[in-house]
Design a protein around this ligand. Structure first.
Ligand SMILES: Cc1ncc(COP(=O)(O)O)c(C=O)c1O
Length: 436
């Protein structure tokens, strides 16, 4: 905010204070007027480099002209329909998604948000298995609606009464802060075995599904080690549970593969996509096998919402996939991610408060600690770096979870240029040097 805000801004903040419900954290003290490419612009015209792709969604940058054209066309000609009607973009997107995913993810339902998609996935898992217990990671984030929130453990559990009966959590593997070690190396298998031993003891025999992010983003960018997903799928299969993968942030190329699960050669029973699929516009998908869809349908599966199968967001999703494929953005995310990761590792060499750099492609985490040897959380330092970055014109998001340092989730658009990556790194370096 400027030192002496104009009268219009004084009124803006008064109205904001008087009329908005606050839904988490503080609002940034600036009015954003415009967003284009990798930048957003405040009321003073100051450019702010967006290293979180909005809310981790705008993989094509802001205001992509082809997306804008699709929105304008569909808003004018085919916007929203009775939920029982079908249109070409909906069937087109379902078909295209089946083409770019492995066999076993053949059927799709199109919704609006990540929470909604996970809600539907969890309901399908319950209906298909006839069971109701849902397991997820203790650092998970799957959304704010009932079932999704019951499977979310990184925040927001207190104060709202009981979560869904049969909600369980296991620790997410964290190589920087390993709970289980063998011969000085992180032993995630022992951790996973122990975790499922505890689940088996607590379960009433009704395990329906495990829901997981391939990289836990809000959980501090915890990347599941190679082999972990396959081992998790085995645990699920052995218990008749479905594996739901939530690729809200990792899907559509961001990790350097179209889907993060491809690295592991594991096909989930249900896949949910959201944020990146609409590249910033509200679009989500639930994908599953013919067998699961047929059974659920036969049992009366109901998930009838206002915006299910809306043509406008579906047309956007089709255009997003077309651009990502045509412009080679999956490979670009891999290469750009290497450049960004190398730069973050250089920061780690220069600053002892950079504890760890991790992640894949253009979804990277940088953990801020007191110093690398004590690995103590340093929330004030993390907050000060975030503030300093913003003052310099770089938007960064830090998550602070119990037992960890603050973790910057760094995820610029997949269209980010090398110069923009270098600029972001330079601003981060200046910010850290000023406050560390
Ligand atoms: C992995 C993951 N799943 C689900 C969600 C929820 O998505 P939405 O906020 O669109 O409901 C989020 C949101 O941050 C997320 O990161």
């Amino acid at each position: 905010m400027t030192q002496n805000p104009p009268q219009a801004d004084v009124q803006f903040w008064k109205n904001a204070t008087d009329h908005l419900i606050r839904y988490g954290g503080k609002f940034e003290p600036m009015v954003i007027e415009r967003a284009k490419g990798s930048f957003v612009y405040d009321a003073d015209g100051k450019a702010i480099l967006d290293f979180t792709s909005g809310q981790m969604s705008s993989i094509l940058g802001h205001g992509h002209p082809e997306i804008a054209a699709v929105v304008a066309d569909y808003a004018a000609n085919l916007d929203h329909l009775f939920s029982g009607m079908l249109s070409r973009p909906v069937v087109g997107l379902a078909t295209r998604l089946a083409e770019i995913t492995p066999a076993g993810l053949d059927r799709t339902m199109l919704l609006s948000t990540g929470a909604e998609a996970n809600e539907a996935a969890i309901k399908m898992a319950k209906l298909f298995t006839g069971k109701f217990e849902i397991v997820s990671f203790a650092q998970s984030w799957h959304g704010m609606t009932g079932g999704a929130a019951s499977a979310t453990y990184s925040a927001g559990r207190k104060g709202y009464g009981p979560a869904a009966v049969g909600s369980f959590a296991i620790p997410a593997p964290n190589a920087f802060r390993p709970q289980f070690e063998r011969n000085g190396a992180f032993d995630w298998r022992a951790e996973l075995d122990y975790a499922f031993d505890l689940i088996d003891r607590q379960s009433s025999g009704n395990l329906a599904a495990f829901i997981a992010e391939p990289i836990l983003s809000s959980g501090g960018v915890l990347d599941l080690p190679v082999g972990y997903l396959a081992a998790l799928k085995e645990k699920c299969d052995a218990r008749g549970m479905l594996l739901i993968l939530d690729e809200a942030q990792t899907g559509i190329g961001r990790t350097g593969l179209m889907f993060a699960f491809e690295r592991d050669g594991v096909v989930p029973d249900i896949l949910t996509l959201s944020k990146t699929l609409g590249a910033g516009l509200p679009l989500a998908a639930v994908m599953t096998s013919v067998a699961i869809e047929e059974t659920c349908h036969a049992r009366g599966f109901l998930f009838y919402t206002t915006h299910v199968s809306d043509p406008l967001p579906a047309a956007v999703g089709l255009k997003v996939l077309e651009i990502v494929t045509r412009d080679g953005l999956v490979e670009r995310a891999r290469v750009a991610g290497q450049r960004l990761e190398a730069g973050l590792n250089t920061l780690k060499q220069h600053f002892d408060c950079v504890g760890d750099v991790r992640g894949r492609g253009l979804l990277l985490g940088m953990e801020i600690v007191n110093n690398r040897s004590d690995k103590q959380a340093a929330p004030e330092l993390g907050a000060a770096i975030t503030r300093e970055c913003m003052a310099l014109g770089l938007s960064m998001n830090i998550v602070q979870l119990p037992g960890m340092g603050g973790v910057f989730r760094i995820a610029p658009p997949m269209t980010v240029s090398d110069d923009e990556i270098d600029l972001g790194l330079e601003l981060m370096e200046t910010a850290i040097a000023r406050v560390a």
